[in-house]
Design a protein around this ligand. Structure first.
Ligand code: ATP
Length: 718
């Protein structure tokens, strides 16, 4: 086994060996944060003799957690990697162990979007709501808003009220918002389902309510480490603060220039104010960049220096000179895509593997032209995210079968009882639901008790029931991957796909079985189906898409934390990147950080492109992105240069929009008294940074108004 400290620079060494107390690492892109974190874990275990099970390493994504576990295993030679997990995964573990104190069973159901949608569908049907009133995605946003902002104590109902009371509140609700929210809480509680918000809120609540449980976890987690600390949100910060409350060892790493999740509640101030929050903090700065050529770093440094709100730091390269960063201007999106495909072909011809090449973009809709061009050029590619692997219908069905076998829950039952067709349509389901409601039992139990009723004549209810019952008896003795294969076979589900000729879907199921198998191997120790089912909802398709020698297509958000030898950054146009949704100066700075993240993914080659034409949906003229003009002239080498008139018009456009965004920042806080030139005095009740507006309750108006930041307001007294 290599020496843990070998190959580390001074700053990394300091980060690794300063194990006690509060440590903050402020590090640049590609400066070896991941390396420092994994080595620190290994140092604690190998050199200091700390038990892996007493170390927490919280990551931002599953992909990062998996990669970290793999690297730690290589360093320690031990399969046990302790708590290397996402915040949500950690909470699943904590609630599995102690959630019974809140009345939750060990096998609670972790809900993902499609589970939530399924619950919503039931509520909509029951209460005659339509998607025109609110789409599922709007309903999910509304629920999240209420949980996180307007009703932050919502979970008290879930843990203190009997389920009948939740049902009453649902029945009594009359406004669509309330019906959906109350209906959802009721459905969640009925099947002991928890969504991502509940995971953190319930854990925090449990710690407050049961100090002995909190103390147990605090004592267990002797060392707490957090990756990507610049993107941590309030509840996650609270959780970390609690967990390190006994041993007081908290180590965080982050890069303020890579904060890209403010729109989801991340707050970079937690990283900036860390020394005030945790007195005695030691700060380590890491600015040596090992990833990218000087040419790439010059461009990235020059771009990010245009942000006003940042700690100035330049990344210092160690790699030797490489090729210049290119700016390719195309006449339209199709030729931009064709040129990307041609350049990728050329790189491949000169020896680069497809898997080392990534095409990055701001939003998925940009990919259509690129995909077409890659297909035409017969270049293999894989898209990360898009329709998430675990959101695909056949994958959801397969997991629902597993869950039904393990838990006999309603959500899974409803999903698969008639897939393949067993003649269990609406009428018979309504019968089962009514029976379950009046007898206070699950749908599965309802079917067990009524299967001989005349209503089920001519259906395949009996064989379905027997299949699930038989599998339930034996699944606990089998590895998850085998149980999965067995249930897909015995249920007739795979047969159905074969008959339909759905090869793609069968392939996806094969991949799911493989991923379940990998998960068993990865988890090392004994694992149960319940563990698998609670964690699978937290996976994303990034975790399974490592498929062969293919070019990788993904959004910049999905590329966070990754690196590629060659990066093609396409669609660099105003209205695409920066997005047309940007309203305020703060959002524009976040957008610039996102462009910085994109550029710093590249090791050897960075190719930026944009195209003329029109941007849908408002058909505005496409200009090159301001982020290209931010870069110091001379650092970008033109492959095709936009003509001077276009560049001059671009500058005019930027000046105009800049005036708009710069006057569009909030200068007041919630609770402030303000005076409007026409509406008079009022109180700020909300700040909507996405829309760039305050919500103000004016003293002389019966209802509040949203007022744009850019309107001049005076501060008013008391
Ligand atoms: N001391 C070192 N010597 C040589 N190479 C290093 C050293 N530290 C890190 N590297 C290499 O630099 C690259 C970036 O490291 P790593 O992925 O850990 O950076 P990071 O700080 O997590 O990046 P980012 O925040 O941009 O995602 C990797 O290829 C890594 O192997």
């Amino acid at each position: 086994m290599e020496d843990i400290l070998d190959g580390l620079n001074d700053a990394q060494r300091e980060a690794v060996t300063t194990t006690e107390g509060y440590v903050r690492v402020v590090a640049g892109a590609g400066s070896g944060k991941t390396r420092a974190l994994t080595r620190r874990f290994a140092y604690l275990v190998n050199d200091l003799g700390i038990m892996p099970g007493n170390i927490l390493c919280a990551t931002f994504t599953n992909k990062a957690a998996q990669e970290m576990r793999r690297r730690i295993r290589e360093l320690t030679g031990d399969r046990d990697t302790g708590y290397v997990n996402t915040f949500h995964g950690l909470c699943v573990g904590i609630l599995q162990e102690d959630g019974h104190s809140l009345g939750y069973p060990r096998n609670m159901l972790v809900l993902d979007n499609s589970d939530i949608d399924q619950m919503l569908a039931g509520i909509y049907e029951e209460r005659d709501l339509t998607l025109r009133q609110m789409t599922f995605s709007q309903a999910r946003d509304m629920i999240e808003m209420r949980k996180c902002i307007t009703e932050p104590d919502y979970y008290l109902d879930m843990v203190t009220l009997p389920v009948e009371e939740l049902k009453k509140a649902y029945d009594a609700a009359s406004k669509p918002d309330d019906i959906i929210f109350r209906g959802y809480l009721y459905q969640e509680r009925r099947c002991f389902g928890v969504d991502y918000n509940d995971l953190i809120f319930l854990t925090l609540y449990m710690f407050r309510r049961f100090p002995e449980i909190r103390l147990k976890w605090q004592k267990r987690l002797e060392y707490v480490m957090v990756d990507e600390f610049q993107d941590i949100d309030g509840p996650q910060h609270e959780l970390m603060t609690q967990l390190c409350g006994y041993h007081r060892n908290l180590f965080v790493v982050g890069d303020p220039d890579q904060t890209i999740y403010t729109w989801r509640g991340a707050d970079v101030r937690f990283l900036m104010d860390f020394p005030q929050d945790f007195p005695g903090t030691r700060t380590v700065m890491m600015t040596t960049n090992y990833r990218s050529t000087p040419q790439i770093l010059d461009v990235a440094n020059s771009l990010i220096s245009k942000n006003r709100h940042r700690i100035a730091k330049d990344l210092v390269p160690v790699l030797p000179d490489g090729a210049p960063v290119t700016w390719n201007h195309a006449k339209d999106a199709d030729s931009e895509a064709a040129q990307i495909a041609a350049s990728i072909g050329a790189l491949h011809g000169s020896g680069a593997a497809f898997r080392d090449i990534a095409v990055l973009y701001r939003a998925h809709y940009v990919t259509r032209a690129v995909e077409e061009a890659l297909r035409n050029a017969k270049i293999p590619y894989v898209i990360y995210s898009g329709v998430q692997f675990f959101d695909r219908a056949e994958v959801k069905d397969a997991l629902a079968y597993l869950r039904l076998v393990a838990e006999h829950d309603d959500l899974s039952f409803e999903r698969v009882v008639n897939r393949p067709k067993r003649n269990m349509g609406r009428k018979r389901m309504a019968f089962l639901r009514a029976y379950a409601d009046s007898h206070g039992c699950t749908l599965f139990e309802a079917l067990e008790r009524t299967v001989d009723d005349a209503v089920f004549k001519g259906t395949k209810a009996r064989p379905f029931l027997s299949m699930v019952e038989n599998m339930s008896l034996e699944y606990a003795h089998r590895p998850v991957s085998e149980a999965l294969a067995a249930v897909l076979d015995a249920s007739g589900y795979e047969d159905m796909l074969r008959t339909e000729g759905s090869q793609d879907r069968l392939d996806n199921l094969a991949e799911l079985k493989q991923s379940a198998y990998d998960w068993e191997v990865d988890s090392g120790e004994e694992t149960t189906m319940e563990d698998y089912l609670s964690h699978v909802a937290l996976f994303s398709n990034q975790d399974t898409a490592d498929s062969g020698d293919k070019v990788r297509l993904m959004t910049v958000h999905a590329a966070k934390g990754l690196e590629f030898a060659h990066v093609f950054l396409c669609g660099m146009n105003e209205g695409i990147f920066p997005s047309r949704k940007i309203r305020t100066a703060e959002q524009m700075e976040e957008e610039r950080r996102l462009a910085f993240v994109a550029m710093t993914r590249a090791r050897l080659g960075l190719h930026i492109s944009e195209a003329e034409g029109f941007t849908s949906p408002d058909s505005s003229v496409r200009y090159p992105s301001r982020f290209l003009l931010d870069v110091r002239p001379g650092l970008l080498q033109f492959e095709n240069r936009p003509d001077d008139t276009l560049l001059a018009r671009t500058r005019d456009h930027i000046r105009l929009t800049q005036r708009w965004t710069e006057s569009s920042s909030a200068s007041f806080a919630v609770g402030d008294r303000v005076a409007h030139p026409v509406f008079g005095p009022g109180t700020v009740t909300e700040i909507d940074t996405q829309a760039g507006a305050y919500v103000i309750a004016f003293d002389d108006m019966p209802t509040p108004r949203a007022i744009a930041f850019r309107v001049k307001l005076q501060r008013a007294d008391g």
